[in-house]
Design a protein around this ligand. Structure first.
Ligand code: HAM
Length: 415
């Protein structure tokens, strides 16, 4: 029996990777112009890092982490997200000596979730973190960069939903109010939410179970319970977003699955036909996390984009791969010359695969077609003597005979 990949772990094949590279290049060029520098983070971290940052009562830490004991018995975890590792690196390398640090990362994350389309156990994120800026303008500017990125990729119908989760001075009082509200309605809640009343009552607000939606429909709203500074911050974020031409949807029930958030949180959804897996990007402010992990008090804002979900929204036609040329040498002398010609054409930037098969021209042309060739370049005895090649356009079914040094230009459209 052949061995298959583990469920929830995907191969990304050529064609898809072409699309992924396009997305990554586009992210990099836009993020760079906003002052972000790339950070490459390890894939494994000490388990404690995620327990202390994401929160011990979150689904991620309770049920979804890939945690192992290494050969010394130390608990290590495949990173379920990039914010905590970025903050760990920020503290470890004293990046806080700069007034503001803007970091950007890409790579695989791991969560033991139930695999389905749009939800995987290994998935990729593009993330960005702004460390050291407390201004609501920073939230709005970073969100505008993200929306610009989606615009550049021509993503249709991306909707920005925002909320404020308050901070250490207003959230405890709200939690207490919500706790009392939920206690009275415990009989109407799902088993999971009954348990959450004690551990993480806010999570009941975004439970998808019909009974919980109904039971929490008149729950006290966090947005109405913000302290003055948090309310002002939220208003300013909305004001600056407007300046960037962005109209967000305020969703007071949006509670994130990670405990480190304070104040602004958001999700960007787009209709990818996957229902609840429609969040393509999410994030928010986490003003307490750096201090919590042993660094100086540092206000921060960031986001992460789900690569697989984003790629699903892209129009493949937009990212056509460079044309593929198959080179066919007929005869030993043409093969010898081919070594030099193919290398010169590659140097001139065209994508060339050499056909090493035996057989007549007809069968080799069929093979080129099956290889997906856009062009076939043929050099036989006649061509060799005249210093030319026959260039067949496989899609148009036309052909031209041109000098060797004009082949690359012809294929690149230079003629
Ligand atoms: P998150 O909401 O857990 O936030 O993940 C961000 C995005 O990653 C989601 O919106 C989704 O597109 C994608 N994603 C998450 N889980 C999966 C999965 N199992 N399969 C496929 N895609 C998935 C964070 O990770 C935070 N670190 C974001 C952040 C950065 N907050 C502040 N800075």
């Amino acid at each position: 029996m052949s061995i298959t990949a583990i469920r929830g772990f995907n191969d990304i094949l050529p064609g898809d990777t072409e699309l992924w590279r396009h997305i990554e290049r586009c992210a990099w060029s836009i993020f760079r112009t906003c002052g972000f520098g790339e950070i490459r983070l390890p894939i494994v971290e000490k388990t404690e890092l995620f327990m202390r940052s994401i929160g011990e009562t979150t689904d991620i830490v309770e049920k979804e982490m890939y945690t192992f004991a290494d050969r010394h018995g130390d608990a290590i975890t495949l990173r379920p997200e990039g914010t905590a590792p970025a903050v760990r690196a920020y503290i470890e390398h004293k990046l806080y000596t700069a007034p503001v640090t803007k970091l950007y990362y890409t790579g695989p994350m791991f969560r033991y979730e139930r695999p389905q389309k749009g939800r995987y156990r290994q998935f990729y994120q593009i993330g960005a973190e702004v460390l050291g800026d407390e201004s609501p303008r920073s939230d709005a500017e970073t969100l505008s960069m993200l929306m610009k990125f989606f615009g550049t990729l021509k993503i249709q119908g991306a909707t920005l939903q925002i909320n404020s989760l308050g901070d250490a001075s207003c959230r405890p009082a709200y939690k207490e109010k919500l706790y009392n509200y939920l206690k009275e309605r415990a009989g109407e809640l799902c088993e999971n939410c009954v348990r959450r009343i004690e551990t993480n009552p806010l999570r009941a607000l975004d439970c998808k179970a019909a009974g919980c939606i109904e039971a929490t429909s008149s729950a006290p709203s966090l947005v109405d319970s913000l302290c003055e500074p948090c309310a002002v911050h939220f208003d300013r974020v909305k004001y600056f977003l407007k300046l960037y031409g962005i109209e967000p949807l305020v969703n007071p029930r949006m509670v994130r699955g990670l405990d480190y958030y304070t104040r602004t949180t958001f999700e960007i959804t787009a209709d990818n036909g996957l229902g609840s897996q429609n969040a393509v990007a999410a994030g928010g402010r986490y003003d307490g996390l750096v201090e919590e992990l042993g660094g100086p008090a540092t206000p921060c804002f960031g986001f992460a984009i789900g690569m697989e979900r984003l790629a699903m929204l892209l129009n493949r036609e937009q990212v056509a791969a460079a044309p593929l040329t198959v080179f066919i040498a007929l005869g030993i002398d043409a093969e010898k010359k081919g070594v030099e010609l193919v290398s010169a054409w590659r140097e001139a930037g065209i994508r060339v695969v050499e056909d090493f098969s035996a057989g007549g021209l007809k069968s080799r042309m069929k093979r080129a077609d099956r290889l997906g060739a856009d062009y076939a370049v043929i050099v036989g005895e006649n061509e060799l003597n005249q210093g030319v090649a026959t260039v067949k356009d496989m899609k148009q079914a036309t052909q031209e005979t041109v000098a060797w040094d004009r082949v690359a230009d012809l294929i690149k459209g230079g003629k």
